[in-house]
Design a protein around this ligand. Sequence first.
Ligand code: EPU
Length: 460
Amino acid sequence: MNSIATDAQARDALKAGARVGLKSDKITITGGNPLKGRISVRGAKNLATKAMVAALLGETPSILRDVPDISDVQVVRGLLEVYGVKVSSPAPGELRFDTSNVEKAHFAEIDAHAGSSRIPILFCGPLLNRLGEARIPDLGGCRIGDRPIDFHLDALRAMGAIVDKSYEGIYITAPDGLHGANIHLPYPSVGATEQVLLSAVRAKGTTELTNAAIEPEIMDLIAILQKMGAIISVEPNRVILIEGVDRLEGYKHRALFDRNEVASWAAAALATHGDIFVEGAQQSELMTFLNVFRKVGGAFDVEEDGIRFYHPGGELKPVTIETDVHPGFMTDWQQPLIVALTQAPGISIVHETVYEDRFGFTEALNEMGANIVVHKQGLPDHPRRVARRDFEQAAVITGPTKLTGADVRVPDLRGGFSYLIAALTAEGQSTISNVGIISRGYEHFVDKLAVLGADFVFEG
Ligand code: EPU
């Protein structure tokens, strides 16, 4: 039996961990119970946080519905408030943004709210538009260098921005305002595409963005900007045209559901021989995932209000997949799925082509009994379908392997969720520390584990 009796208790405990960020909070899980039951997902972390930034562009208030109660939302809310945006919650899961008193902020206040989120970089366009300058704090552990945000800064420079770097972060101005430009992304980066959208909607003239990302969350952001008065057309072959306008209004919008969260719970159902109905999941944004889920041996039923994911019995099957930009198999789906693949007889191969180093989490899975070999240079004799990057890595998973409980520490959001799945699948007890990170992107995951019958004790 789990030791969290009610949703409210779990939420309070979770929030306490989430608020202080990386507090050493722990969950102890006894594996072996198939996860069974019904849970719901709300708006996507990777849309809601950007929609919140977009509200800053509106001259009138905006309302966002289905906002997930996750700590990344709290980070962005805090940052908006620093700039004088009044944020209120008129109803559960609903946020209202009043932008009538947007003002400059002291750098110390900005820095205090930034934490480890990458979202502050997306404030550039709206802040340049509203205040004529943007101060962007350190996005992570290291000081900002060109490398991880070079596409963002190059795009802003092409639109007329001047970027100054200092030990405090970066300071961006646009003395003559932003203007439209022809921008080609070296890679269809989600963040850089959002940067261009949020900056070009109020720039003078037209921006043509080529090699743009076209993830469903980006389409939802474009829908929001269109509601606000923007003129954006999505053309064939990853081309997006943005005609700058003089004024944008607020919006009312229900955020697109979180397909990464859905895929994570689906993988949990498969690995634990469970049966989970995920209310709010929609088929169209999950088609690529559903194909792979079926090939691995999972079953699903698409209903009007969600999707049921279950293990239909029999053996799972090994697969070879490669992560890619939309409409490919998302990089955020591989970590939870790999746990299920440890239970499939045979050899599965996962090529990671989006991030340079996203298999670190497999070490702990090996400690739990998995057989996963990571090839840092990829597998030369397994050519990828899409040769897009200079780098690739491959994880070779040999299954089935019995997993046994271990003490592990959450390294990152998706890796962290995969440890939950591994512990739920394993024989014996596992203690997972640093689980506060999981609340960055998984709303009330402790409540949901309780609802699904997991056997755990949560120490918030
Ligand atoms: N890249 C650069 N320079 C840039 C920007 C990106 O080299 O200026 C590289 C990155 O290093 C990476 C690749 O381009 O190798 C793709 O990065 P992208 O910009 O597409 O990712 P992102 O916008 O930083 C978002 C999500 C990620 C998700 C990726 C891919 C948010 C807040 N994050 O990141 O989500 O994996 O797109 O779909 O939207 C997560 O939710 O756990 C997560 C990491």
